[in-house]
Write a protein that binds this ligand. Structure first.
Ligand SMILES: [Fe+2]
Length: 356
């Protein structure tokens, strides 16, 4: 991904590629003429640089030889839905930032399309967790949380309407961050205490935007307000008790932490899925509750499709299939031998490490 500084662009130059901001939304469209006025406008909005590509790398091409055509097609479709949802979401949020107008129908359509396409192909979707860009964090995070909340809702047999609703709540849960300065949102290292305090306002701002400005339901607005509350009442903004939270808020709190710890950030590598699961279990009792967290952990495969693993036999392989109730004993296709090991039938073989 190439970083292009505004100062490098000549006046009257016709821009040959779309230019994106740090959130992944298009700032300057391909074919636009870079005038002095436009430069001035961008500088006024504190735009100093752009990214020239926003490629959310699909992981299917690399592993195509290990999978059958149906799985590859499913994974490609999942990637397409994800990519299109990302584009729409980024554009809607950027437009909202500048004009304070959000097309609610478009956001609802994204939630519905995601919710409807994930049912029945969870394993493939978990596999798109390979898309973990360190740039464009804010919008990919909202989308990932939506994907996890749908898988979570499916595992709890929530109705179609509820699943779509929690997906919508997930897409909007961090909307309050729109009012946070980019200098805080994209800061590549730890926030100062005052920056952190400012950041901790985003749930209240989000609630206000959703409830009062955009007239969303109380459920949707509460998910934004309560997703950083914790079991030990040390969450923010209010330090509420876990039992008093709306059920969607409790579910999103779990999805939010899982995505945050498993995503690459500028200042640190994200954890692997099984490490993320271990991390969630380590904060059960203090930050999260036992029954809901174990339910989430059961719904998320520790070794999703496409995961590269090392077996205790010393062999390296790729997870090509999961057994519904035993996701920790996947079917592994060996990389250096044309062999498949089904860990459900070879009980002395197990995954000893997840490889990058
Ligand atoms: Fe948040």
């Amino acid at each position: 991904m190439e970083k292009i500084y505004l100062s490098e662009l000549k006046s009257n130059e016709t821009i040959s590629r779309d230019l994106y901001n740090t959130h992944g939304a298009i700032l300057v469209h391909k074919g636009t003429k870079m005038t002095d006025l436009l430069k001035h406008k961008l500088l006024k909005n504190d735009v100093q640089f752009f990214f020239s590509t926003r490629k959310l790398t699909p992981i299917t091409a690399e592993y195509a030889k290990f999978f059958d055509d149906t799985t590859i097609r499913k994974a490609e479709k999942a990637n397409k839905v994800y990519q299109e949802s990302f584009d729409e979401l980024a554009n809607q949020f950027e437009f909202f930032k500048d004009n304070y107008h959000l097309n609610k129908k478009v956001i609802t359509d994204i939630a519905t399309q995601l919710a409807d396409s994930i049912s029945g192909s969870d394993q493939v979707f978990v596999g798109i967790q390979g898309i973990k860009e360190k740039d464009f964090y804010t919008y990919t995070h909202s989308l990932n949380v939506a994907v996890f909340s749908i898988i979570f809702a499916n595992s709890m047999s929530l109705s179609t309407a509820e699943t779509r609703e929690i997906a919508l709540a997930a897409l909007l849960h961090d909307i309050g961050k729109i009012q946070m300065p980019d200098s805080i949102l994209t800061k590549p290292f730890k926030l100062t205490v005052s920056e952190m305090n400012q950041m901790k306002n985003h749930p209240k701002i989000g609630y206000d935007i959703l409830k009062n400005e955009l007239s969303y339901s109380e459920e949707i607005a509460l998910a934004a307000l309560q997703h950083h509350e914790k079991v030990n009442k040390k969450g923010y903004p209010y330090g509420l008790s876990w039992d008093s939270l709306h059920p969607y808020s409790r579910m999103l709190a779990i999805c939010d932490i899982y995505d945050a710890v498993t995503t690459n950030r500028v200042y640190r590598e994200g954890m692997l899925p099984h490490q993320g699961i271990n991390f969630l279990m380590s904060i059960v009792g203090s930050e999260l509750d036992f029954s809901l967290t174990t339910q989430f952990v059961r719904s998320i495969a520790p070794y999703p499709l496409f995961t590269k693993v090392l077996l205790n036999t010393g062999e390296e392989g790729v997870v090509i299939r999961l057994h519904g109730n035993y996701p920790h004993r996947p079917v592994v296709r060996l990389i250096h031998h044309n062999l498949v090991r089904d860990l459900m039938s070879e009980l002395t073989v197990f995954v000893s490490e997840v490889l990058k």
